[in-house]
Design a protein around this ligand. Structure first.
Ligand SMILES: *Cc1c(COP(=O)(O)O)cnc(C)c1O
Length: 431
């Protein structure tokens, strides 16, 4: 399929006016001039609108809150982004001690934090218990016992949910599918009841809830409803056995449009799930949703400058100053991102592979893109607000890019460009 036929994603924070692209009220070209490239740019308006789309469905027609939104911060953990969500009322889903430290650094309420992840260390478990998080999501029987031991050492009780692997096919990329039997995530469906019985007997464990997260970039509602029904069946079964579940964590994973996809509307999607919970008689549960990508993915772009145009026999290359080090998704998942020149230009267009300067053939950002560009032009790589900066690396001793947040006409530098000398400041020569 020719990529030129792929439409642009719907963006609320970025618009084209008279042939130039803007982040809210600020021309992207001004940002490149002021902060340099490669540069991540986020729109406060876009992330606020995405949050509010979830939150609208979390409050019923009588104004009663029926669910809460926890931002899955692995999608974008910049402190300013987290702080915006905190001020909107979000809690957070964390997957490491490092992320817990970030949440505490912005003053997030510990009872608004859920600690998930498949391989928590004893130190991370202790860190979470000392912080007083709302819940630790448990992904194996071995982990359950480790949490019990750590809680015993700390002389406290650990609030836990079990992460259920519901064995549903989320029909997404295999690397981001997590709810199938063959995935490393969660406790196998047929072992869940047994594991709850075991948990209920442990001295330093409080069974609080149940959790499920079936994958990422999921663009239909059906797999969620399948997973939800299977989880609610378990809650009912546990109730009959005298094990009460108070908290239901429905995971994240709702997809965004990178161009071709048409995922469900956030509010409709959330209403569908929460209505199903209510219809089945579980409306009294404390419900948490943990979206990541759908809150920030289309709230960010990566700005990059064309270094060289390199015509070839089979391919033309457009070599830019961003690379797999700034945006790993194409190299890792063969992910598609829209790429646009930020100013329309009357030059001849050609088909290019847009690639970075890193010494890997996997270092590409877009393939077969029709672009009207010249050396020195600026390109915006779209839909990069989620799993963009957070996956960046220093490979080839490349410094981390800067990040800015735009709020109307105001622009804030929210992370400085890394300095090269800092890249090896922690290294030591032999004596
Ligand atoms: C990654 C993750 C999320 C968020 O997934 P998105 O696809 O970004 O919405 C939510 N919950 C858990 C447990 C995760 O690991």
């Amino acid at each position: 399929m020719k990529s030129s036929a792929i439409p642009l994603p719907t963006l609320s924070g970025f618009t084209e006016r008279n042939g130039s692209w803007y982040a809210e009220e600020t021309p992207l070209a001004d940002l490149a001039q002021k902060f340099g490239t490669p540069l991540y740019i986020y729109s406060k308006k876009a992330l606020t609108e995405a949050y509010q789309a979830y939150d609208r469905a979390c409050v019923d027609s009588n104004g009663k809150r029926r669910a809460r939104v926890h931002f899955a911060m692995k999608a974008n953990s910049n402190l300013a982004v987290l702080d915006c969500f905190k001020k909107l009322g979000a809690g957070f889903d964390l997957v490491s001690g490092g992320e817990l430290a970030r949440a505490l650094a912005i003053g997030a309420e510990p009872k608004s934090l859920v600690f998930a992840g498949v391989g928590k260390s004893a130190a991370e478990i202790a860190q979470a218990l000392n912080a007083g998080v709302k819940c630790i999501n448990v992904e194996s029987i071995a982990e359950l016992h480790k949490i019990n031991r750590v809680a015993q050492e700390l002389n406290c009780r650990a609030p836990i949910s079990l992460r259920v692997n519901p064995d549903v096919d989320a029909q997404t990329h295999p690397y981001i599918s997590t709810g199938l039997k063959g995935n490393k995530f969660g406790i196998a469906y047929h072992e869940v009841l047994k594991t709850y019985r075991e948990a209920a007997l442990l001295s330093h464990i409080d069974v609080l809830g149940i959790d499920c997260h079936i994958g990422s970039q999921i663009t239909t509602t059906a797999p969620y409803l399948d997973a939800l029904d299977k989880v609610l069946d378990l809650v009912a079964h546990l109730h009959r056995e005298g094990i009460e579940i108070h908290h239901l964590d429905l995971g994240g994973g709702l997809g965004i449009s990178y161009g071709e996809e048409s995922p469900p509307d956030i509010t409709d999607f959330t209403n569908t799930l929460l209505n199903r919970v209510a219809e089945r008689g579980f409306g009294h549960l404390d419900i948490v949703l943990e979206p990541g990508r759908s809150l920030v993915g289309n709230a960010g772009v990566l700005l990059t400058q064309v270094e060289y145009l390199k015509p070839g026999v089979e391919k033309n290359f457009c070599i830019v100053d961003a690379a797999m080090t700034e945006l790993m998704r194409p190299a890792l998942y063969e992910a598609y991102h829209g790429i646009i020149p930020i100013k329309a230009k009357a030059v001849k267009s050609a088909s290019y592979d847009v690639v970075g300067p890193v010494c890997e053939s996997g270092d590409w950002l877009g393939k077969d893109r029709t672009l009207a560009v010249e050396e020195g032009d600026l390109l915006a790589i779209l839909s990069t607000g989620a799993y963009g900066f957070v996956m960046a690396s220093n490979y080839n001793t490349r410094p981390m890019p800067a990040e800015v947040m735009v709020d109307g006409k105001n622009v804030y530098l929210i992370r400085e460009r890394e300095k090269i000398k800092d890249l090896f400041a922690n290294e030591h020569l032999l004596p």
